[in-house]
Write a protein that binds this ligand. Structure first.
Ligand code: CMP
Length: 143
């Protein structure tokens, strides 16, 4: 079964959107298998955004992500990487379709509320920054 990694960014927490966002995954039948509420360390932040090191938005992004607590989540479902990115919407909220999380609630690219892995390789890399394998919970969903 495929897994993906998601972070609810500090503005999602500060705006009281944790429940709203989790609801959208749960109501779609996606299983939450990892869940942590934390304040990211500089090391975690630099590892997460290592592919963006040197880009013009990097410093602003790191500062923003370390400015408040976040929710780190591992989700499990068939084709969950693509499914979650579909539910989340385009990176730039201006381009995010109505009905997506960013399309409904986000205004700017940096404060786009949520990060979701874009590939199997990145999902594995990103979840390993925040979760050990025994922190991923194995159970069956009821129907
Ligand atoms: P995220 O999914 O967390 O992955 C990288 C983040 O960089 C992205 O969401 C945005 O918050 C942020 N970002 C800021 N500016 C840009 C940009 N011009 N292009 C892409 N990502 C950007």
């Amino acid at each position: 079964m495929e897994r993906t990694f998601v972070i609810l960014k500090p503005n999602a927490v500060r705006r009281g959107l944790i429940g709203e966002i989790l609801k959208r995954f749960e109501q779609r039948g996606i299983k939450i298998v990892g869940l942590k509420f934390l304040w990211m360390t500089k090391e975690q932040c630099e590892k997460l955004y290592e592919p963006h090191l040197g880009k013009p938005f990097y410093n602003e992004l790191v500062e923003f992500m370390m400015g408040g607590p976040v929710v780190a989540i591992v989700l499990e479902a068939p084709r969950v990487i693509e499914m979650v990115r579909h539910i989340v919407g385009a990176t730039d909220p201006l381009k995010a379709e109505a009905g997506t999380i960013r399309g409904e609630f986000a205004l700017t690219v940096t404060k786009n509320l949520i990060h979701a892995s874009d590939s199997l390789e990145n999902a594995q890399r990103e979840m390993s920054i925040f979760f050990t394998e025994d922190e991923i919970i194995n159970y069956n969903l009821d129907i």
